[in-house]
Ligand binder design. Structure first.
Ligand SMILES: [Zn+2]
Length: 253
C-alpha cells in the first residue's frame, strides 16, 4: 500500500459515521479518488477544516485495491472556494464544475490539464471573471480532455466541411454538425444557429491556459448556447446535469 502525495479539489463530502466522512476528490496526479477521511468530522480532527467543498488542498492518501475506498491520511487546506460565502450564481457554477468533473472522469484516470483548468476556473469564479464565459470555456476544455469536443467544422458522420450558414443541424448523439447528405433519418438532431456554433468554436480555440476567457458571449445567444450544451452533456452522461439549470438560459430544453 503506497502513500501518495498530490493536490486535489474536493468534489463531494458524505457523512460516513459520527466522526468520519467519505470524500470524492479530483486529484492532479491520480484523477478522481474516493477516500475515507477518519476523524474529519471531529472538531479538532486531523484535517483542520481542509475537507470543504471545492477547496483546493494538498493530500497524502493510501491507495487501496480498486474496489475499496482509499484512505486519506493528510489534508492541508491551500485555498477555500470563497464564492461559497458571497454569490449564489458563482457558488452554483462551482457546484457545476464539481458535477462535470464527477460525471466526465473515471476513478484513477488522471487528467492533469483538466485539473489545472478546474483550479483556474474556480479561481476565476472567485475573482469575478465573467460567469457565462468562464463556464463555457471550462466545458470546452473538459470536453476536449475526455475526447468529446463536438465536431463543429466538419460533418461528424462523413467528415465533409459544413459551411457556416444561418442554422446548422447538430447531432447530439454523434457529437457534432451534420452535412445535408447525412442529416436525413438521424435522431437526436437539433437545429443550432450559426452564431452558437461560432461561439463554441471560438471558446474551443482559446485553449486552457490563463484564468480568464478573452472571448465574450453575446447575451442574445446565451440561452441557446446553454440549451445546446446542457442537451449535449445530457446525451454524453446519460442524464441531465443537476446544476445545469442554474447556469442561465431556458430551463427546459
Ligand atoms: Zn456528412
Amino acid at each position: 500500500m503506497a502513500a501518495e502525495k498530490t493536490q486535489a479539489i474536493v468534489l463531494k463530502v458524505v457523512e460516513f459515521s459520527e466522526t468520519s466522512c467519505v470524500v470524492t476528490l479530483f486529484t492532479e496526479d491520480f484523477g478522481k479518488v474516493g477516500a475515507l477521511a477518519k476523524g474529519a468530522r471531529r472538531p479538532k480532527g486531523p484535517f483542520e477544516g481542509a475537507i470543504d467543498l471545492l477547496a483546493f488542498i494538498r493530500i497524502v492518501f493510501l491507495r487501496k485495491s480498486s474496489d475499496s475506498l482509499d484512505l486519506l491520511t493528510e489534508a492541508k487546506l491551500e485555498r477555500r472556494f470563497r464564492s461559497a460565502q458571497r454569490d449564489l450564481a458563482r457558488l452554483h457554477a462551482g457546484y457545476y464544475v464539481a458535477e462535470l468533473l464527477t460525471e466526465l472522469t473515471e476513478r484513477g484516470d488522471p487528467h492533469p490539464a483538466l485539473f489545472q483548468a478546474a483550479e483556474g476556473t474556480l479561481l476565476a469564479l472567485d475573482s469575478g471573471a465573467p460567469l457565462a464565459e468562464t463556464i463555457v470555456r471550462f466545458e470546452t476544455v473538459a470536453l476536449r480532455e475526455v475526447g468529446h469536443l463536438p465536431s463543429l467544422d466538419a460533418c461528424v458522420v462523413c467528415g465533409r466541411p459544413v459551411a457556416g450558414s444561418r442554422r446548422v443541424p447538430f447531432d447530439m448523439t454523434a457529437g457534432g454538425v451534420l452535412c445535408e447528405n447525412c442529416r436525413p433519418g438521424r435522431r437526436g438532431v437539433v437545429s443550432v444557429s450559426g452564431q452558437v456554433i461560432d461561439a463554441l468554436r471560438a471558446m474551443g480555440a482559446e485553449g486552457s491556459a490563463g484564468a480568464s476567457p478573452s472571448q465574450s458571449i453575446a447575451p442574445a445567444i446565451h440561452g441557446e448556447l446553454r440549451a445546446v450544451l446542457n442537451n449535449y452533456f445530457a446525451h454524453l452522461v446519460g442524464h441531465r446535469l443537476r446544476m445545469s439549470e442554474s447556469l442561465g438560459g431556458p430551463a427546459n430544453n
